[in-house]
Each structure stands twice: as structure tokens, then as C-alpha cells.
Ligand binder design. Structure first.
Ligand code: S3P
Length: 729
């Protein structure tokens, strides 16, 4: 990327950049500049092979450098800019690694008047307790966050270039404003350092008399690890960011004062709540951190193979969500078996924990919910983050509209772009107060009310989420709420409400509910998710010589469209051992290879197979003749636009697929059905898994980009599919 990188100040940070840039082939020449007084350090950098040359003369150091990275303490920035100014080159990219950004910007402004277009402020969130170039490593920044805080004058082109540079080093790059950066870092880094320094200082002084350190255990060591950091650097950082730090120290003092008072008063309940809240918040933080930092996972599928064996796919996603929601509102303790331990269902679980519900698990699919009763939820202290899960957001919007407290519902990029008006509009007619973004998307800001009024709602689209949302709101509304659906959609909400003893009347397309019921805890056995089984129903149908048995699959008639459609196409699917488990029909499904044929998919089956179309399109590509789907506009507003994304991906793989406004036309091929190539999952778990299954009939390898999203519904996909014979790495 660069010809010559010049590092100003070669210590742990600068040395680690140099090592990583060299190891990843990002430049041909790396030099360091430092002061004469630091000559020993510069010599060491050269000896260690961290840099090719070093200089104490700035002009020589900068000659021909096309990238200059300032790695000095933030307090020295102004001085560095002053030295750089006479040799400033408009074609060179300048950046830094300072931990506070407002102070760096102020230093640049002091010297240049305004921040030069080619100086891009940056901050890698990485460090170590050791310092100096001898501690530098090529992987210090790997899998760590790097924040860019560009200012208005910055060049877009150089910003992109720097972002790519850090990504190649292995960092996860984010962009934020200078003030946001400093506020966030004050809270997450600078305040903890102050706390650690001050605690060790306090105890260290005591220790002279009382031997505290001798008996200090792991907790002390963990908590005070960061007090081993470089005092000069931290003095520098804390001074530079004191505007943000001082108010936080004041808040901490108040918090400590409250805890002190609880102890004085023997007031154990609020103390317990504080500890519990903190424990849960930390777990949420760890989950979010893991998600954000998870490396990009691509699936590579070697062509061909067959699927053979017997497996049980994980629990049903829709039922897992509902088990948490209704179990939380029930009176008594609900035990759930077969719960889906995947991100979407866990988002719902975390939301209810945040509203004060004690939930144990999931451990091997078992969850225990200590229900708080219909009126027992508590106001969450923070917005409820629901990740990728549309079901969580839409169902919760109804349930929370009728609470006596306020909530904010947020989600990831995909969820934040999905339509929410379909729920907020009918809820508004019930008297709910929900604010959305101007285009009707999340975040949803819900002002709770106990004044909801029942409605009779005829849904404009066949959506189980909308139906469930209105029914859940109806549990808190005055009068009888009725929802009419234009076509049958999954009815797990109605069934499970009945299972908890809450009356829901059903009459054809109509479901009604009132506020006078109550939920009594029950045991729930969640069957395997037919939407996850679908990948193998299609895979074993299209791959020659396949024979797969899928055990304990939920075959609720509002979900079995996939079986009906595949059978219409000529698939060989046997439904065995039909039984009823906790009010839901379950069976084992045996599927064997068969030559599928193209069909016109009956529109009545569309809502009953709504999540299975991505993989059905793969089946259609391998079928003899044309398959046409109509009446499936809803697919355009799923986790991604599943019509467009599948058409694009299939075309990339050489399939004759044409997207239409409300469906797809696919001209299938019996021989050489699917080619090889690279396709993108577009943040959608079902797209990722569908293109993986396509590999079974591909003529060359398929790479599916960005597949970590399979964790939203089916984390075991990789293991189970390879166990059956898919050649996926
Ligand atoms: C779901 C309903 C469906 C489905 C989604 C889960 C549910 O969404 O696509 O994966 O659990 O209620 P719509 O109601 O938007 O069709």
C-alpha cells in the first residue's frame, strides 16, 4: 500500500504497527524518527528488525515517505506537528495513534490553523502493560478495534486508504466523531485506569502496615492489571481528556456513596439489584463485544457429494422466542426444553433478563424462567438491543406498548432497516405511543401506557409477527382485540398462549384475545425448527445418492409449506412417527434424492414456507423445467431483499434466475445445474446456508462471503451439514 512508512516515536505502539505492516506486506520500507536522547531505542528498533532505518534528522526521515504515523504521547503532539510543518507534503498520508482525539485536533489546529486534509486522526484500542519497542508484536492490533475520527477537512480518499491499511493489519475499523470518541474512551478506558491506579495506591499505602498485598487473590490481580500501565502515558492521557473524565469521576463518587449508604442501612435488596444489574450488563457487553469482534467467516464449498445420515437440527426459533416471552409473563416457573441457543432467541432472552426476569440457561437446550406475572416486568435501564431479530422487535413492540414503563428497542443494521410501521400503525390505533425514525424503522421508542383499547384489525399482509404483536398488545387492552389474517400464518403464539392457560379464541382467519386472562407456568418442549431442517430437505433431494433422516421436527401445518412444495416438485419425503408434543405436532422426516421438476408454486403455500424460499430457489435451479413463484413480495423485506439477493447470487453461479416484483422465475437444469463462484450472504443467515447447499450440485467450488450470521438461527449448521456430507470448510 505504501512505499515508505515513517513512524515518529517507535515504542510499543509504533513498533507493533511496523511489525504488522511488514508481516502483511503493506509497505516496502519502514523508518523511524526519534530524538537524539532516544537514540538507544532507535538502535534497538533497527537491531530487532522492526525498522529498516532510523533517523534523528526529521527531513531525512520524511524524504519519500508516503505515510507518516505519529506514535508519540498525546502531550507531545503539538511539538511533533511543529517539526513536521516545514516538510509537510500534500501527497503523504499523516495519521496518529493518540488515545484522546480532541487534544490531538487542538494541537494540529494550533500549528496549521486547521487540521490538514491529509492528517487523519486515528486510535487503535490496543495496548499492553509492557512498553517499549522490545515489547512490540505484529499481532497487537489483530482483532482489536481501531477508531478513525475524521474531521470535515479530511480527504475521503485518504480516509478510505487508512481504513483499508488498518483492516489489513487485522483491526476492526469504526468511524466516530471526535467528541463521541473522547466521551466513550473516558468511560471505558480512562476512568477504569484511574480507578485501578487509585485503588492500588490506596491499598499499597495501607500494605506498608497491614500486609494486604500478601493475601490479595485473583480478583485483586484482575482488577488492578491496568495499574501496571505506563504512568507517564496515562498522566498524559488523563490530562488531555480531563473534561470528559471529571464528570465521570463525580458520577462514580455518587454511585459509591449510594453503595456506602446501602451498607450503612443494611439495605440488601438495592445492593443485590445493583450487583445483579452489573453482572447482566457485563455479560451483555461481552456478548456484544464477541459479536462485533467476530472475524469474518466465509464458507467454501467443494462441489458435489451426497447427504447421508440421521440428525436432529436445533430448536424452533419462533417457539423459542415465544417461550421466553410467555414464560416471563406467567405466574410460576416454566421449564423449556429444546430451546434454540442462537443469537436471535438469545436476544429475546437478554431483553427479558434486562426487564428483571430471572432466567437460567440455556444449558443444553434447557431454560428455566422464573415468571414475574403479567404486570411484573420492570423498566430496563438501557435500550433493549435485539440484534438481527425481527420477531423479537415486532412481538416486543406489542407487548411493551401496554406496560407502565418506557422502553427503546434497537437492532443491528439489517433490523434497523426493516419496516416497523406494520406494527406501530395498528398499535397506534390501540392508543400506543411509539416513535420510529422518519421512515418507520427502528429504534422504536415506546412510551408505556395502561390505556390501550382493543381493536378489530384486518391485516394487510400475511404476517405472524404482526398478528402476534397485536395479540400480545391485546393482553393489555380494554375490550376484545381481534386480528384477521389474509392467509394462514404460523400460529405458535395462539397455541402457546393456550398452553399457558390464556384464552385465545380462534375462528377461521380470526383470532381474539382480551386482557382478563392470566398465564400459568408450564413446561415447553420446543421441536426442531423445520426452517433449519429445510436446508437438508432440499440438500438431500438435489444431491444424488442421498438419504437423510431429520428427527423431532415441528410439522405445525402453518409451517409445512416446504414439504408440500417439494413434494409437488417430485421430492421423496416421508413423514414418520407423527406425534404431538406440548400442543405442537412433531415428526421424523426421511428424505431421499429425486429428480425434481419445475412447478408454479401455489400462492396459498407462500406464507406457509415464507422462510424457506432462498433454499427452494436452489431446488428450482436443479429441477427440470421452469419454476415460478408469485405472491411473495414479503420476501423483499426479510433480513435482506431475498428475491433480489438470491436472483443476483444464482445468476453469478450461472443459473437462469429472474427476479420479479413479487417472486422469481427460475429455469432449472438437470445437468450442470449450478456453476461455481463467489456470492455474498448480504447479512442474511438463510442466504448463507442456501448458497452453501447449492454446492451439492455445483460444477466448481462456491465461496459464500460473510457467513457468521448463521449464528442467528443455526450455529450448528457447519458441523451438521459436514457430518451429513457437505464439503464445507
Ligand atoms: C416469524 C414470522 C415470519 C417469519 C419469521 C418468524 C415469527 O415473519 O418470516 O422468520 O416467529 O412470527 P413475518 O411475520 O414477517 O412473515
Amino acid at each position: 500500500m505504501f512505499n515508505k512508512i515513517c513512524i515518529i516515536g517507535i515504542g510499543l505502539m509504533g513498533g507493533s504497527i511496523a511489525r504488522a505492516a511488514r508481516e502483511r506486506g503493506l509497505c516496502s520500507n519502514i523508518v523511524a524518527f526519534g530524538r537524539q536522547s532516544g537514540i538507544k531505542n532507535l538502535q534497538l528498533a533497527k537491531e530487532l528488525g522492526v525498522v529498516d532505518h532510523y533517523y534523528v534528522d526529521i527531513e531525512a526521515a520524511l524524504t519519500d515517505a508516503d505515510c507518516v504515523i505519529i506514535c508519540t504521547p498525546v502531550g507531545a503532539m503539538e511539538q511533533v506537528f511543529k517539526q513536521l510543518k516545514p516538510f509537510w507534503n500534500d501527497k503523504t498520508l499523516y495519521t496518529d495513534v493518540g488515545s484522546t482525539k480532541a487534544s490531538v485536533i487542538a494541537s494540529a489546529e494550533a500549528i496549521f490553523g486547521k487540521v490538514p486534509a491529509n492528517f487523519i486522526p486515528a486510535h487503535p484500542i490496543a495496548g499492553a502493560e509492557k512498553s517499549g519497542v522490545s515489547a512490540s508484536t505484529a499481532d497487537l492490533y489483530f482483532n482489536k478495534r481501531l477508531i478513525l475520527t475524521p474531521v470535515e477537512s479530511n480527504s475521503e480518499e485518504l480516509l478510505n486508504k487508512l481504513s483499508i491499511f488498518w483492516q489489513k493489519i487485522g483491526s476492526v475499523v469504526s468511524i466516530m466523531s471526535v467528541s463521541h470518541h473522547d466521551a466513550v474512551l473516558a468511560a471505558t478506558s480512562h476512568l477504569p485506569h484511574i480507578l485501578a491506579f487509585s485503588l492500588v495506591d490506596l491499598l499499597g499505602r495501607k500494605d506498608e502496615k497491614e500486609e494486604i498485598f500478601k493475601y490479595a487473590a485473583g480478583g485483586f490481580k484482575d482488577f488492578t492489571r491496568i495499574a501496571s500501565s505506563d504512568p507517564t502515558m496515562w498522566l498524559d492521557i488523563c490530562m488531555a481528556n480531563k473534561q470528559e473524565l471529571i464528570p465521570l469521576i463525580q458520577q462514580l463518587k455518587v454511585g459509591l456513596g449510594e453503595i456506602e449508604q446501602m451498607l450503612v442501612d443494611d439495605n440488601s435488596q438495592p445492593l443485590f439489584e445493583t450487583f445483579t444489574y452489573a453482572k447482566q450488563a457485563r455479560q451483555r457487553f461481552l456478548n456484544q463485544y464477541d459479536n462485533a469482534m467476530s472475524q469474518i467467516i466465509n464458507f467454501n464449498i467443494q462441489p458435489g457429494g451426497s447427504l447421508r445420515g440421521e440428525i436432529r437440527v436445533p430448536g424452533d426459533k419462533s417457539m423459542s422466542h415465544r417461550s421466553i416471552m410467555l414464560g416471563s409473563l406467567a405466574e410460576g416457573v416454566t421449564h423449556v426444553k429444546g430451546f434454540l441457543n442462537a443469537e436471535d432467541a438469545l436476544a429475546t432472552l437478554a431483553a427479558f433478563r434486562a426487564m428483571g426476569v430471572e432466567i437460567e440457561g440455556p444449558v443444553k437446550g434447557n431454560v428455566t424462567i422464573h415468571g414475574v406475572g403479567k404486570q411484573g416486568l420492570k423498566e430496563p435501564k438501557e435500550p433493549l438491543y435485539l440484534g438481527n431479530s425481527g420477531t423479537s422487535m415486532r412481538l416486543l413492540s406489542g407487548l411493551l406498548a401496554g406496560q407502565k414503563f418506557n422502553t427503546v428497542l434497537t437492532g443491528d443494521k439489517s433490523l434497523s432497516s426493516r419496516p416497523m410501521k406494520r406494527v406501530t400503525a395498528p398499535l397506534a390505533t390501540m392508543g400506543a405511543k411509539i416513535e420510529t425514525e422518519a421512515d418507520g424503522t427502528a429504534p422504536l421508542r415506546i412510551t408505556g401506557t395502561d390505556q390501550l383499547k382493543a381493536i378489530d384489525y384486518v391485516m394487510p399482509m400475511a404476517s405472524a409477527q404482526v398478528k402476534s404483536c397485536i395479540l400480545l398488545a391485546g393482553m393489555y387492552a380494554e375490550g376484545k382485540t381481534t386480528v384477521v389474517e389474509p392467509a394462514p400464518t404460523r400460529d405458535h403464539t395462539e397455541r402457546m398462549l393456550n398452553g399457558f392457560g390464556y384464552p385465545v379464541q380462534r375462528e377461521g382467519a380470526k383470532a381474539s384475545i382480551a386482557a382478563d386472562g392470566k398465564l400459568t407456568a408450564t413446561d415447553i418442549d420446543v421441536p426442531s425448527d423445520i426452517s433449519s431442517a429445510a436446508f437438508f430437505l432440499v440438500g438431500a433431494s438435489i444431491a444424488p445418492d442421498s438419504d437423510v433422516t431429520l428427527n423431532h421436527v415441528g410439522i405445525n401445518p402453518t409451517r409445512t409449506g416446504i414439504i408440500d412444495i417439494l413434494r409437488l416438485m417430485g421430492a421423496n419425503i416421508e413423514v414418520m412417527n407423527e406425534r404431538s408434543v406440548g400442543g405442537e405436532p412433531v415428526a421424523d422426516l426421511r428424505v431421499r434424492s429425486s429428480q425434481l421438476k419445475g412447478i408454479d408454486i401455489p400462492e396459498a403455500l407462500v406464507p406457509l414456507a415464507i422462510d424457506e424460499f432462498p433454499v427452494l430457489f436452489v431446488a428450482a435451479a436443479c429441477a427440470e423445467g421452469k419454476t415460478t413463484l408469485t405472491g411473495a413480495k414479503e420476501l423483499r423485506v426479510k433480513e435482506c431483499d431475498r428475491i433480489q439477493v438470491m436472483a443476483d447470487g444464482l445468476q453469478t453461479l450461472g443459473v437462469d434466475a429472474t427476479a420479479t416484483e413479487d417472486g422469481m422465475i427460475i429455469q432449472g437444469k438437470v445437468v450442470d445445474s449450478i456453476g461455481g463462484g463467489e456470492v455474498d450472504s448480504h447479512d442474511d443467515h438463510r442466504i448463507a446456508m442456501s448458497f452453501s447447499i447449492a454446492g451439492l450440485r455445483a460444477t466448481a467450488p462456491i465461496t459464500v462471503l460473510d457467513c457468521e450470521n448463521v449464528n442467528t438461527s443455526f450455529p450448528e449448521f457447519r458441523d451438521l451439514s459436514t457430518k451429513l456430507g457437505l464439503k464445507l470448510t
